[in-house]
Structure formats: structure tokens, C-alpha cells
Design a protein around this ligand. Structure first.
Ligand code: NAG
Ligand code: NAG
Ligand code: NAG
Ligand code: NAG
Ligand code: NAG
Ligand code: NAG
Ligand code: NAG
Length: 384
């Protein structure tokens, strides 16, 4: 869910250049820590290309043996729970045009649950928290969702409006399928852009951080007043280079967008670059803080298309399904083995972003917006 900044996923250029410089020497440093973690094998690959899968109806939607029971959907043998997590925004969840529907979200959950046990949302407008939790309930899938509040620096009502939607959803559905509540998406990036600054820890950055931390604190008090059956962690998400230290000190987890595409890295080196950038820029600094927030990659992926020729290449590689395949083959199972928590960006294409931003913005899905798989072989290294 983007508001207005087309630069939303960008990473500070200086950091990128600096990092490229140290990749060569830095590869072995600090990344060997968690080699063992999963039982997964290194790769890869099953049969499905082009979405012509046997257990999907012709429009890409899962078949239900009982049309009235969403839990009876048939599994697609070509899909595997190989992703640590997926980034997800239900279609039609942007104010003022709430056109999302429970049926559509149920079908999304039926497909996503065959790829992962964890998803994240970006915001709470248009009842999306309740829709996702209702869909999980009806499909009976084993899935956890990070709910999210997408406050905007120039509109304080956005925060309270979404807080109240999240609160209502938790009151209805309980916490069984909620992994956490994320407050803020690219808030610091947007605040700094709006105020002509770039350093998240500058005086201007700390001003923005104070607004965000007040919202984070308010979410904590809201949740603690609800006497829930489990304590929900509260986190924040931002571009990888835009974390303010005081914000990180106020959260249980941080989610960092780490995008090799916007860093103009070749697709062949994209997975290693992503791992290195995340380790250096996010994991190591967070580990030095007294609260030691858990760090995740909030978004990483590769676009399969651009709506204009000018954005069809990042300076090093093309936006294409073939290159998305390369990134899948070099990132997913390896990151699982390394014990990296990441949200693959993203489940399906988002036409509203293409309409609003153009370029590659709408074309990051593993699936087309109609829920048919792109010309991809999805990884097969099932996570336990
Ligand atoms: C789904 O969308 C893709 C991309 O637009 C298209 O090629 C495909 O034919 C569509 N499939 C169906 C069943 O509509
Ligand atoms: C469809 O999925 C079911 C499991 O849900 C499986 O038993 C069956 O073999 C699949 N059918 C085909 C044609 O792949
Ligand atoms: C809402 O939808 C209408 C009709 O599709 C469209 O004209 C309008 O631009 C949309 N508004 C926003 C803010 O997306
Ligand atoms: C939100 O979605 C839930 C689940 O479908 C539904 O029960 C509820 O009525 C919806 N609320 C609003 C305000 O649309
Ligand atoms: C947020 O909560 C922390 C911990 O209680 C407190 O130290 C800090 O002053 C609060 N900050 C804001 C801006 O409310
Ligand atoms: C990537 O390349 C584009 C096009 O040449 C350029 O505008 C942009 O500044 C570059 N970004 C980085 C992070 O180097
Ligand atoms: C996994 O860790 C190795 C070092 O142990 C590193 O070279 C590689 O880039 C990492 N890959 C991913 C995708 O995390």
C-alpha cells in the first residue's frame, strides 16, 4: 500500500555504493552465524510453468469440493510452503475506494496458504484486518498475519482510524492467528522526503520519529488494555536505510525493505546483495540496541514487467519473469537455510499501483492480479 511516493522502496544511494564496495570483503563476515537453521535443501523447482495447474479452475481460483465450505479447497501440487512469509495487500483496500471482498480474500488465502504460513499487511483501512482473519477462519488454514497500521505524517486521523479497525478485528477474532501489529510503513522515508532531509537520525528525523513513536506507544497501550490471551509484539516497517534508532528502541521488531532492483544490482548478484545489505544495515545495528528488536526483510523481490520502457531495466538487469525466476532460485531456499526472516514481495500484481505510479510498481507479484501463476517454477524447500 503506497501513498504517494514513487520512490517508496528506494534505498539511500550512498549506502548502496558503500555497500557494493564492501560486499567483496564482507561476504563471509557476520553471515555465517545461522547457517544451519532449517532442514531445507538448497533448491529447488517443481513442474508448474504458466499457471496451467491441475487443481485450479480456469480463472486461477482454487476449486472447492464443497462450494459452500472454503476449507475444502483442493491443493495445487505445484505449490509448496517454501516461503518464510509473503507481503500481501487485498485488492481494493485503498480509501476512498473500498472494493475488496471476503470472497476475493478467501481465494487469496487459499492460494497463499500453499506457499507460506505467514503474511503481512500494510494497513488497516477498508476492513482488511477483519477480512483476512475471517478468511483464515473459514479456510481453516495454518496461517499467522502481521496486522498493520499505515499512519501518514500529515494526517493524524489515519492512525486512530486504523487503530480502531485493528482493535475491533482483534476483539472479534482473538489473537490466535495474529503474529504482531506493525505501526508505520515507510513513515520515516516519507517524513524525510517531505521535509527535505535524508538522514533518519538527524534532528528532522528525530522529529518524525517522535510522531511515530507516539503511535507505537499508543498501540502498545491499546493492546495491553484489551487483556489479550497473548502479548502481541508491536513493530515498524521502513525502507532498509531509513530506520531511526529511537524508533527501533521503541519496537519489538523491525521490518526493512531491501530491494536489489532499486539499488541497480544485477539479478545474478541480487540475492547475495540482499543478504549482505540486510545484515550490515539492519541486523547488526539492531543487535547493538538494548531491546534487540528482531529484524525481518519486509520486502524483497524482483519485478517481472514495466509499464514503460524507461523503467524496464534497473541499469543492470531487466524487469522480467525470467529474472524473477533467477531471484527466486537464488534467494528463497538460501535465505531459509540462513535463518533469515523475509516477506517475499509480493503475492500478486497490484493494478492500482500501476495506475497510480506506473513503471514497475504494479508488477512484483508471483501471480498475476487474476491469481494465475506467472511463468515461474516456485521453489520447493518446504519450511517446517
Ligand atoms: C490472467 O492474467 C494474465 C496476465 O494478464 C493473462 O495472461 C491470463 O490469460 C489471465 N488468465 C485468465 C484465466 O484470465
Ligand atoms: C488435487 O488436489 C488433491 C489434494 O487436495 C490431490 O489429491 C489430487 O491428486 C489433485 N489433483 C490433481 C489432478 O493434481
Ligand atoms: C476511485 O475509483 C474511481 C472509479 O474507479 C476512480 O475514478 C477514482 O480515481 C478512484 N479514487 C482514488 C483515490 O483512487
Ligand atoms: C468486516 O469484515 C467482516 C468479515 O467479513 C464482516 O463480518 C464485517 O461486517 C465487516 N465490517 C465492515 C464494517 O464492513
Ligand atoms: C514511548 O514509550 C516509552 C516507554 O514507555 C517512553 O520512554 C517514551 O517516552 C514514549 N515516547 C513517546 C513519544 O510517547
Ligand atoms: C539506478 O539507475 C537509475 C537509472 O540510471 C538512476 O536514476 C538511479 O539513481 C540509480 N539508483 C541507484 C540507487 O544507483
Ligand atoms: C546465506 O548466507 C551465505 C553466507 O553464509 C551468504 O553468502 C548468502 O548470500 C546468504 N544468502 C541469502 C539469500 O540469505
Amino acid at each position: 500500500m503506497r501513498t504517494r511516493s514513487q520512490r517508496s522502496k528506494w534505498i539511500i544511494i550512498g549506502s548502496v555504493i558503500g555497500l557494493l564496495g564492501i560486499i567483496a570483503i564482507g561476504v563471509g563476515v557476520g553471515v555465517g552465524v545461522s547457517q544451519n537453521k532449517s532442514s531445507s535443501k538448497t533448491s529447488s523447482n517443481t513442474a508448474s510453468a504458466n499457471g496451467a495447474t491441475s487443481n485450479s479452475s480456469s480463472n486461477g481460483d482454487p476449486v472447492q469440493t464443497n462450494p459452500n465450505d472454503p476449507s475444502t479447497f483442493e491443493k495445487d501440487p505445484n505449490l509448496h510452503q517454501s516461503f518464510y512469509a509473503l507481503a500481501y495487500t487485498p485488492a481494493g483496500s485503498q480509501l476512498p475506494n473500498c472494493t475488496n471482498s471476503l470472497d476475493d480474500v478467501i481465494e487469496d488465502i487459499q492460494v497463499m496458504s500453499q506457499l507460506t504460513k505467514t503474511i503481512r499487511l500494510y494497513g488497516a483501512d477498508c476492513n482488511q484486518s477483519a477480512l483476512v482473519l475471517e478468511a483464515i477462519k473459514q479456510t481453516k488454514v495454518d496461517m499467522q498475519v502481521y496486522l498493520a497500521n499505515y499512519p501518514t505524517p500529515d494526517d493524524s486521523t489515519a492512525y486512530t482510524r486504523q487503530r480502531d479497525e485493528i482493535k475491533a478485528a482483534i476483539e472479534t477474532y482473538g489473537t490466535d492467528h495474529i503474529a504482531g501489529v506493525t505501526v508505520g510503513n515507510e513513515f520515516m522515508l516519507n517524513y524525510l522526503n517531505a521535509n527535505g532531509a535524508t538522514d533518519p537520525n538527524s534532528a528532522v528525523g528525530n522529529q518524525g520519529a517522535a510522531i511515530l513513536i507516539a503511535d507505537i506507544n499508543d498501540t502498545r497501550s491499546t493492546l495491553s488494555e484489551m487483556s489479550l490471551s497473548k502479548t502481541l509484539p508491536v513493530g515498524n516497517s521502513d525502507a532498509g536505510s531509513y530506520f531511526n534508532t529511537e524508533v527501533l528502541e521503541a519496537v519489538d521488531y523491525g521490518m526493512a525493505n531491501v530491494h536489489p532492483w532499486f539499488a541497480n544490482v544485477t539479478v545474478q548478484t541480487a540475492a547475495a546483495w540482499t543478504a549482505e545489505f540486510f545484515e550490515e544495515t539492519n541486523v547488526q545495528p539492531a543487535a547493538l540496541l538494548s531491546n534487540k528488536p528482531t529484524m525481518y526483510i519486509a520486502e524483497t523481490g524482483w519485478p517481472s514487467f514495466s509499464s514503460d520502457a524507461g523503467n524496464a531495466n534497473n541499469g543492470a538487469s531487466d524487469a522480467s519473469e525470467a529474472n524473477l525466476q533467477i531471484f527466486l532460485d537464488t534467494f528463497v531456499c538460501q535465505a531459509n537455510q540462513n535463518g533469515t526472516g523475509y516477506f517475499f514481495f509480493e503475492f500478486k500484481d497490484e493494478p492500482w499501483k500501476d495506475a497510480e505510479f506506473g513503471g514497475v510498481e504494479g508488477w512484483w507479484g508471483l501471480f498475476h492480479s487474476n491469481r494465475t501463476l506467472k511463468r515461474l517454477q516456485l521453489p520447493n524447500c518446504v519450511l517446517n
